[in-house]
Design a protein around this ligand. Structure first.
Ligand code: GDP
Ligand code: IMO
Ligand code: MG
Length: 425
């Protein structure tokens, strides 16, 4: 029976998911995004070209692949049109290959304004959101008052929009936020709103579908599906370092509800992690480095956000956190990314436990946001050489140490941004 394989980030996002989805697409008929929205930035590099995708699945560079934006995703039509147009300019035609769930929710311009107002109100306690309207849009979805892609086909779409907008404007006023000061992609609110409606019309060139039927029928016909996760497990709304999380279910279970796929139809679960750790935005990060080593990781790894350009926080690999993510997702295959960034270290540290409230623990504690959680490190010898097609012995030792700790094999090692720079183990 055909299955849906899942590809998920196991840390705080930006693990290199886009690259792996693109590299794996040859084996799949369909690639489907199941959660998140334009907070994601998935980078794909090949033939000296570089693309960053936010809403559109990373299977678009394989001509025989159908790409589905599932019901669990939230879409800003303006951001999506910009993305589609730049892909079009690069010769990627999406009209035939892209399908959008009618049940996917729409990010309205006032959702973005609310995101900014909420963050401002939080002051020092802000989440460090990407300001794409993610939190407010998922809030409206669960509060049962959201606007969906399928609604855009209705004759009273504008009326539905205006009703929700009015309630948003009241909330924004309550937060003492002046919407006239807001700039969205360099535009005033009114300019952005006008562009948003034009982009909504543009979107109608793509097929709006009942994606749950489409995907289940494809499975019945024996087609292979890859579900592409966004963000990472440590940003999950239930299991991440709440409240410093995103607003969707990013774990394996989220793929079932975000696509309408039964758990019995899930096949392999590819868990993607970096050979070290990064995080953007606020929130706990036990192995974070504030010294020259952290700067070295950021510089060598070009650790600046693909969506917002913000510098990413950097630190050593955190094995209790990785093991937690492997457990929550039922990972069957691990893929280690950005191994090349560690090529020039005499010694590499890896956290195997935490000191927390005077105790040594090896799990993610509930109060991780309130208490200091210090890492307990094991030192591992660096490989001090370039990785090309084969794995140096010291890197092999590092990988085996990780495998032993988390109990799942590392089946792929990535050593550069290009889609060809991978070694299968
Ligand atoms: P995603 O959000 O998980 O898709 O990851 P991002 O695209 O936000 O960030 C990953 C970054 O690392 C991108 O700039 C990739 O081009 C780059 N990258 C991916 N794999 C590797 C690797 O093995 N080595 C190096 N040096 N860069 C990589
Ligand atoms: P990809 O798919 C890294 C982070 C933000 C912030 C928190 C909440 O590229 O891995 P939100 O805008 O969702 O309300 O922000 O989550 N965040 C990400 N960090 N990669 C991402 O996506 C992220 N998407 C959201 O920085 O801390
Ligand atoms: Mg990213």
């Amino acid at each position: 029976m055909a299955k849906v394989d899942l590809l998920l980030g196991l840390q705080w996002g930006d693990e290199g998911k886009g690259k792996v989805v693109d590299a794996l697409t040859r084996g799949y008929d369909i690639v489907a995004r199941f959660q998140g929205g334009p907070n994601a930035g998935h980078t794909i590099e090949f033939d000296g070209k570089k693309f960053v995708l936010h809403t559109i699945p990373s299977g678009v560079f394989n001509e025989r692949c159908i790409n589905v934006i599932g019901n669990g995703v939230i879409i800003d039509p303006k951001i999506m049109r910009d993305e589609a147009e730049s892909l079009n300019a690069a010769g990627v035609n999406l009209t035939e290959s892209l399908r959008i769930s009618k049940k996917a929710h729409l990010i309205m311009p006032t959702h973005r304004a609310l995101d900014a107002a909420n963050e401002l109100a939080l002051g020092k306690k802000k989440i460090g959101s990407t300001l794409k309207g993610i939190g407010p849009t998922y809030t409206d979805k669960t509060a049962r008052r959201g606007l969906r892609v399928g609604d855009s086909l209705s004759s009273n779409f504008r009326q539905q929009y205006e009703t929700i907008k009015a309630s948003h404007l009241a909330q924004i006023k309550n937060l003492h936020y002046d919407i006239n000061e807001l700039r969205l992609d360099g535009m005033t609110f009114d300019e952005y709103e006008k562009t948003w409606f034009e982009a909504m019309e543009y979107m109608k060139r793509f097929q709006f579908i009942e994606s749950e039927y489409f995907l289940n029928k494809a499975l019945d016909e024996g087609k292979n599906i890859l579900a592409e996760g966004a963000q990472g497990t440590l940003l999950d709304v239930d299991f991440g370092s709440y409240p410093f999380v995103t607003s969707s279910s990013v774990i394996a279970a989220g793929a079932c509800s975000g696509l309408g796929i039964a758990p019995s139809r899930i096949g392999k679960v590819y868990g993607i992690f970096k050979a070290y750790c990064t995080r953007v935005g606020t929130g706990p990060f036990p192995t974070e480095l504030f010294d020259a080593t952290g700067d070295k990781l950021r510089e060598r790894g070009h650790e600046f956000g693909a969506t917002t350009g913000r510098p990413r926080r950097t630190g050593w690999l955190d094995l209790p956190a990785l093991k937690y993510a492997v457990m929550l997702n039922g990972v069957t295959n691990l893929m280690m990314m950005k191994s090349d960034i560690l090529n020039d270290f005499d010694e590499i540290k890896v956290a195997t436990a935490y000191r927390h409230n005077g105790e040594t623990i090896d799990y993610m504690p509930f109060d991780i946001c309130d208490e200091t959680t210090e890492p307990v490190y094991t030192n591992i010898k660096g490989w001090k050489s370039d990785i090309k097609k084969s794995i140096p012995q010291a890197l092999e030792n590092y990988i085996q140490f990780i495998e032993k700790y988390v109990g799942v094999p590392v089946s792929l090692v990535s050593y550069g941004p290009d889609r060809t720079e991978v070694i299968e183990r």
